[in-house]
Design a protein around this ligand. Structure first.
Ligand code: AMP
Ligand code: MG
Length: 422
């Protein structure tokens, strides 16, 4: 009998058998969210953070011709003596953008600037610092130089036909530079996903209105707006929606006609006056997931027509955790970007942390570099899911995985910096 009791799940168990893991939730999201199809052609400066549609292959070599990596003297290596010093006659100068047009013969050299084409008849550039000018104006160079020295070869950066930017890559400042180096002024990128969001709750008051007893200011719309603004999406703020079925239906049907992704906060806890799920079920499909994470356990996932719906919890920290772990990947999938997971770093815990196995916890941490260049991390005080300052004081999540059963000071933990936008 006692065996049976321990084998049956009870509400005292830290592990909820009906919940799904973080990894399982991510997998489901990536299965259900399809990328937008439409594309637009934009000047490359407007392509920053956008998703490249088709692989970019280089139309030519970069650099297109061999040029000098240094200021110095272009020479033919076989005109230098095998030992000792060789004196050469300087016959002209090659500038970046203005080549030296003659041919360099035996016994001669050409003064050359960084970026200038390597003159005909030469195969190495001797750094200015390694050459001497004699009394008679001759250039004196010691032995022991090699062919190709200080020369950037044609195609060294990019070979003609080589793929320089993959389809699905999110474009970085360096990518824009690479495109410019190929002479490409425009690029085809996926259109931005449109993301609409709203808050639910009769207790919510918008900033600027007086706060009556029992009411609270709506902070979720501001943190959500901030997180969305870091991503390449178009944003629609649908305001606060009252806890009643008609308002909920109305906002959902309006949002689904405009947005690829609809995000709500609040009203998804079990057992409360909850109007999100019934309205969603009427207009489309709905799934309710309990995810084995803390904070942020409940998540409603649904579809209305072509729009994806994600119902986040109401607690302000849970909103930010679920956004970073689920909404950001959903937006990546919608954007048509190659999937990636936020990087985890190892850090030494500065304090003990209590934790039950069976779920992944996201504590809010302040990570700093120790003198030996290792990360160390401490918590930002109280960690309740309503304590939003625990988030604003932090620079990272301390990610304690499912199997972790608590941390002692000095233990190694994983941290995830707050840069889920890139
Ligand atoms: P709910 O999921 O609607 O039960 O909300 C859980 C908790 O989060 C409650 O204490 C709410 O008052 C709070 N909450 C919900 N929405 C917001 C919001 N937009 N801004 C600040 N707190 C909120
Ligand atoms: Mg509520």
């Amino acid at each position: 009998m006692s065996d049976k009791i321990t084998a049956d799940p009870s509400c005292a168990d830290p592990f909820d058998p009906s919940s799904i893991s973080l990894a399982e939730a991510l997998e489901r999201i990536e299965q259900r969210v399809l990328p937008v199809h439409a594309c637009e052609r934009l000047p490359i400066r407007e392509c920053l953070n956008r998703v490249n549609n088709e692989a970019v292959n280089s139309p030519h070599n970069v650099p297109s011709l061999p040029n000098s990596a240094m200021d110095g003297f272009a020479v033919a290596i076989d005109s230098l003596a095998a030992g000792g010093v060789t004196e050469l006659e300087e016959i002209g100068t090659a500038y970046a953008g203005t080549p030296f047009n003659g041919n360099c013969e035996r016994g001669q050299c050409v003064r050359i600037m960084t970026g200038a084409l390597v003159p005909a008849g030469t195969d190495a550039v001797i750094m200015q610092e390694q050459a001497e000018i004699s009394e008679h104006g001759k250039i004196r160079i010691e032995a022991d130089h090699r062919v190709g020295e200080n020369i950037r070869q044609a195609g060294e950066d990019v070979r003609q036909g080589e793929t320089v930017i993959e389809a699905g890559a999110r474009l970085s400042p360096a990518d824009l530079g690479v495109l410019a180096s190929l002479g490409l002024g425009q690029l085809q990128v996926k259109r931005k996903p449109v993301v609409a969001f709203f808050s639910t709750g009769d207790e919510l008051v918008s900033v600027g209105e007086p706060l009556e007893p029992g009411k609270i200011y709506d902070s979720n719309r501001y943190s959500l707006h901030g997180m969305l603004s870091r991503l390449a999406v178009d944003i629609i703020d649908l305001g606060v929606v009252r806890d009643d079925p008609d308002s909920m239906r109305e906002v959902l049907s309006k949002a689904s006609s405009q947005a690829d992704l609809i995000i709500s906060t609040g009203g998804v806890s079990v057992g409360e006056a909850d109007y999100v799920k019934p309205a969603l079920a009427e207009l489309g499909t709905t799934e309710f997931w309990k995810i084995a994470i803390k904070p942020g356990r409940p998540l409603t996932f649904g579809q209305i027509g072509a729009s994806i719906f994600m119902g986040l919890p109401g607690n302000p920290v849970a909103v930010m955790v679920t956004f970073s772990q689920f909404v950001a990947p959903a937006i990546e999938a919608l954007s048509g970007a190659q999937a990636h997971r936020p990087a985890l770093f190892r850090a030494r815990a500065l304090e003990a942390m209590r934790k039950k196995p069976g779920r992944t916890e996201f504590q809010r941490g302040i990570a700093t570099l120790e003198q030996n260049n290792q990360w160390q991390v401490g918590k930002t005080g109280k960690q309740g899911s309503g304590i939003l300052t625990s988030m604003s004081r932090a620079n990272c999540f301390i990610v304690l995985p499912d199997e972790n059963a608590g941390v002692e000071a000095g233990d190694e933990v994983s941290i995830q910096f707050f840069d889920w936008s890139n």
